[in-house]
Design a protein around this ligand. Structure first.
Ligand SMILES: Nc1ncnc2c1ncn2[C@@H]1O[C@H](COP(=O)(O)OP(=O)(O)OP(=O)(O)O)[C@@H](O)[C@H]1O
Length: 226
């Protein structure tokens, strides 16, 4: 379980995350939601120790920086350099930890319906196909906690469906998945828990916290002050 204790991120004098305290209660699919610029990606990166921060982010009572072997991070698709000359199969294989595991490789390609695409270069894939490749790669290492940054943005129904199926499989296997997400309606059925963030952690709870009043507080804080 993940525990954040007064997690604060300041870059160039600008406070990007302010005193985040959070205790994960159950495994499952956990949404990180809030307006553009709320610090959602920053939260994931600082939890994983990629960004300098104050306070602590712990997994099973140990600093997460020391627990990377249990975690997998899938950044926003737009941050991936698809011009790098590499095949789908090679990317998925590269997720394996240490030894070559061809059985798992074939399994992951099949689960994500990528077998027919395995010899394709990354720059020939659609957004949804690329997202499936990144997720398949992450699953090669069989981690406990997954962090996905906006995996559903700009992808079609088929890829959405495949990715959701895989998320539910992970949940049933007792894993934890944190997902940065924007769509309120799909969040109601996808997430077991939601963190509503706007630099500060405004509220956490089940999908029932997605009320109009709470959403206004998070997305239109300036109106509250009027
Ligand atoms: N390395 C950095 N240096 C300076 N400012 C940064 C840095 N990274 C992020 N920021 C700023 O921090 C704020 C939060 O960024 P972040 O990407 O975490 O937001 P987000 O909630 O994920 O946004 P979006 O929904 O638009 O993806 C933004 O104002 C962004 O410009």
């Amino acid at each position: 379980m993940i525990h954040l204790n007064h997690l604060t991120v300041t870059i160039d004098g600008q406070r990007l995350l302010d005193d985040i305290c959070y205790q994960q209660r159950n495994s499952g699919i956990i949404g990180i939601m809030g307006p553009n610029g709320a610090g959602k990606s920053t939260l994931i990166k600082s939890m994983l120790g990629f960004l300098k921060h104050q306070g602590t982010a712990c997994y099973q009572h140990k600093e997460m920086k020391q627990c990377r072997q249990y975690c997998s991070y899938i950044p926003q698709r737009s941050s991936i350099d698809v011009t790098f000359p590499i095949t789908v199969e090679a990317v998925v294989r590269s997720g394996a930890y240490r030894e070559k595991n061809d059985v798992n490789l074939e399994h992951q390609l099949e689960q994500f319906q990528l077998t027919d695409l395995k010899n394709r270069m990354l720059d020939t894939l659609s957004g949804g196909q690329l997202q499936r490749v990144l997720f398949a790669r992450a699953l090669m290492a069989e981690r406990e906690v997954y962090f996905l940054d906006e995996p559903f943005v700009g992808i079609d129904y088929k890829s959405t469906d495949i990715i959701k199926d895989m998320l539910f499989k992970l949940k049933n296997d007792g894993k934890t998945v944190f997902i940065v997400h924007h769509d309120i309606e799909s969040a109601r059925t996808l997430f077991d828990e939601i963190l509503l963030l706007n630099k500060k952690l405004i509220l956490t709870g089940g999908p029932e916290i997605l009320t109009d009043t709470n959403l206004k507080t998070v997305y239109f804080p300036e109106e509250e002050r009027r």
